[in-house]
Design a protein around this ligand. Sequence first.
Ligand SMILES: Nc1ncnc2c1ncn2[C@@H]1O[C@H](COP(=O)(O)OP(=O)(O)OP(=O)(O)O)[C@@H](O)[C@H]1O
Length: 308
Amino acid sequence: MSRTIPEPEGGAPAVATHGLTKRYGRETALAGVDLRVPEGAVYALVGANGAGKSTTFKVLMNLERPDAGRAEVLGLDTASHGPRVRAQVGYVPEQHTPAYGWMTCGRLLRHAAAYYPAWEPAYAERLGQALGLEPHRKVSALSKGQARRLQLVLALAHRPALLLLDEPTDGLDPVVRNRTLALLAEHLADSPTTIVVSTHHLHELESLADHVGVLSAGRLVAQLPRHELQRTVRRYRVEVPERWAAPPELQAGALRRTGTGRELQWTLVGEEREVVERLSGTGARVREVTALGLEDAALAFLSEEVSR
Ligand SMILES: Nc1ncnc2c1ncn2[C@@H]1O[C@H](COP(=O)(O)OP(=O)(O)OP(=O)(O)O)[C@@H](O)[C@H]1O
């Protein structure tokens, strides 16, 4: 089951993929993904390990070629405009291994400054200080978290139109993790930026994300604005008559079902009023309806398959 948003109105999306498919040998990493990221959105990409998040980022950066389909980033076809795309994107890759390991952090930042015309040295310095970056440390000698801090400065300091952040807080200690999220919020407030960010900790993006995409085994099983997600995905606690069978239209909207006997908890997609009417029409009594947080609402899509 997949739920998607219509094409954003007015102007091209900042990121769009069309039937994106990527295989590694017999492994299908992406199976016909149609991503739509409106300009200015903070789009959280979630999914289990191996769902295809990093592969999506790599294709968007033209670091991997799709086997079928195509991707557009900032109006450019990624396959034919790789360098132009990369020049306009701030990318934090999944791997914590920045290039130029023999340089010091300070030297690498100066090197990047020469490469990006919009690089702001003062901003780079401020970010480095806020993240506790040590300019004299050699890149190859950085710990995982230290490398992540450097990658964040490299991605943000040229204020790109698009940030592609693949688990940006991975490896960071809790203090720097919070600081990074605050820096991202400040960055957004200061410069118009579209962000696509993957995470296994969606609650961290509770105050930032306004769109959510859920990848499951290479398929985009949900893609919708956050307010839509939270409005239409609800948990219903219902009491059902004996030998009650759920009608097919409710089964179709069910993401998760727990409970036994006559008391059930269902996470369902649909307009609350209609869902309650449908349930009541079958003799079930709705005892409680709970609105879900961003993380629970998105994660419900990931348990969809296993609950069926
Ligand atoms: N270079 C590669 N060679 C072979 N298989 C690969 C390669 N890169 C990715 N895959 C496979 O493609 C699938 C998607 O991987 P990907 O790294 O995109 O997932 P992910 O959602 O980022 O996972 P995680 O949350 O664990 O980082 C996985 O099954 C993975 O094993």
